[in-house]
Design a protein around this ligand. Structure first.
Ligand code: 4AD
Ligand code: MG
Length: 466
């Protein structure tokens, strides 16, 4: 086949990931490479292109000389950001910074760019990049973040698949407020929201879900072990680095499972995800460890080899009260733990992930099992260094009368939850589950400090670009 025909034969394309991981075996062979120009430099009679195709952190060095490339002058004038397809030979360069180069024989411009392409070959601030979320995946940092995000998602699915869980998709539009915090976005087709909801699309008040848990509970009463992994929405006006209005949550729900076993699964899952990222994304982790968070690799290794700590809320409050002088919000039994307290527990006191259990019932959701003291519930939060709360879960109230009593106390309208109460009427059993904030997990394994930088298109109060 002639070169002219081959150049557009996409079947012959090789990814840079494959080349970077196997180049020793590919020396002197010719392949089709496709990607975007990260940088381009010309000197007399030679042009260097840094080509990146998103499959790997590193860009390949592409070398062009006029004798071999008929459209040399046109290529030499290309701007950063342009896309090209090229046939080139892999040349090993053991004495150079990069292990190989690509010597071009034929090259075609796929799409040109302009001199004002926003991503130039320099460091841009995270804030600047947030405003061009549609382009930032073409930078090293975001390319690494979103490859890791993909690996973590697959790792989670694999973990639950290997443990025999059924993967379930819970609804995004819902009529129930799972967390009871009233932080829901309304879903309506009515222009005038003061009109009777009976005339609305669903004939009742509906919102975007804050959690798939209640639906997952009904399925766990049929399949034993299920999990849902989907988008969730919270209209909380939190301007922090770890709250988003739209985020993804992983929620396993397990029948015939108490809080102790719930924590075992949570710990195993976190360790498996970390092990998979260490294994599948070594280049990315090294990059984060060097440029984003110097202690990252050591911390992740430490998590793998440590047993997570367990402490009750009551004991945690006693420990924290001794350090009240260090906190903006003083700790006292009955108040919710703030991020500063959570981080102090996991970073200063235990120096590893910690499960805090048995919180006061007043600060937790209606569905949690009330303890015999009638003051605390079988709740658990997993706290990790750098973030604070990574997971929130509980053993569920499986007794119909007690659940109804709790709903009455909180003023919930039982009419709306008859379907949920049915699970306690027909074959109820001890069951538990938890929710992992997927973006917080990505922050944890990459060291990225802001949730806006680990989700492709962040939505936060006052911010919904595109
Ligand atoms: O603690 P939460 O509110 O728990 C639930 O929603 C339960 N229904 C889960 C369950 O038991 N099935 O949320 C779970 C996790 C938190 O620990 C946190 O990691 C994350 O979801 N999360 C958020 N992540 C980003 N932005 C927000 N606004 C978040 N709110 C919670
Ligand atoms: Mg929580």
């Amino acid at each position: 086949m002639k070169n002219e025909e081959k150049i557009f034969n996409l079947k012959e394309r090789i990814s840079l990931r494959e080349v970077f991981t196997t180049y020793e075996n590919l020396a002197e062979r010719e392949f089709l490479f496709c990607g975007w120009i990260r940088n381009i430099r010309n000197s007399k009679n030679i042009t260097f292109i840094e080509l990146n195709d998103g499959s790997y952190l590193k860009s390949a060095q592409v070398v062009l000389i006029p004798e071999n490339v008929e459209n040399y002058n046109e290529i030499a004038e290309l701007n950063i950001g342009a896309s090209v397809m090229l046939l080139g030979k892999i040349v090993l360069t053991p004495n150079a910074k990069q292990p190989f180069e690509i010597a071009v024989n034929k090259i075609a411009i796929s799409g040109k760019s302009t001199p004002d392409y926003p991503l130039q070959n320099k460091r841009h601030s995270m804030e600047f990049l947030r405003d061009i979320a549609h382009l930032r995946a073409r930078t090293n940092t975001f390319s690494a973040v979103f490859r890791v995000r993909s690996v973590v998602a697959m790792s989670i699915h694999r973990f639950f698949y290997n443990h025999g869980f059924i993967y379930l998709n819970t609804p995004i539009i819902t009529a129930a407020d799972c967390e009871g915090a009233g932080e829901m976005f309304r879903v309506t087709t009515m222009e005038d929201t003061t009109k009777d909801v009976k005339d609305d699309f669903f004939g009742k008040k509906t919102s975007l879900t804050v959690s798939g848990q209640l639906a997952a509970e009904t399925f766990s009463m049929a399949f034993s072990n299920v999990y849902t992994f989907g988008p969730t929405f919270r209209a909380e006006n939190s301007h922090t680095t770890k709250h988003a209005a739209e985020f993804w949550m992983v929620e396993p729900e397990m029948a015939f499972c108490d809080l102790e076993s719930d924590m075992v699964i949570a710990e195993e899952m976190i360790k498996q995800v970390i092990a998979d990222v260490i294994n599948d994304c070594p280049a990315e982790l090294e990059f984060f460890n060097e440029f984003i968070d110097k202690g990252l690799l050591e911390r992740l290794q430490h998590v793998l080899s440590s047993d997570f700590e367990k402490i009750t809320y009551t004991d945690a409050v006693e420990l924290l009260k001794k350090h009240n002088d260090k906190f903006v919000y003083k700790v006292d039994w009955g108040t919710d733990l703030q991020t500063e307290h959570e981080r102090f527990l996991t970073e200063q006191i235990f120096k590893k992930p910690v499960f805090v259990t048995d919180y006061p019932k007043e600060i937790k959701a209606f569905y949690m099992k009330v303890n015999d003291d009638n003051k605390t519930v079988r709740a658990v939060d997993m706290l990790v260094p750098g973030i604070g709360e990574l997971i929130g879960g509980s053993q569920r109230e499986d007794n119909l009368e007690r659940l109804e009593k709790r709903m009455d106390e909180l003023g919930l309208d039982k009419k709306d939850y008859e379907w949920y109460l049915d699970t306690r009427r027909y074959g109820s059993c001890v069951h538990s589950g938890f929710g992992l904030g997927f973006e917080r997990m990505i922050m944890y394994v990459t060291g990225m400090e802001n949730i806006r930088d680990v989700i492709p298109f962040p939505r936060t109060p006052g911010n919904c670009l595109y």
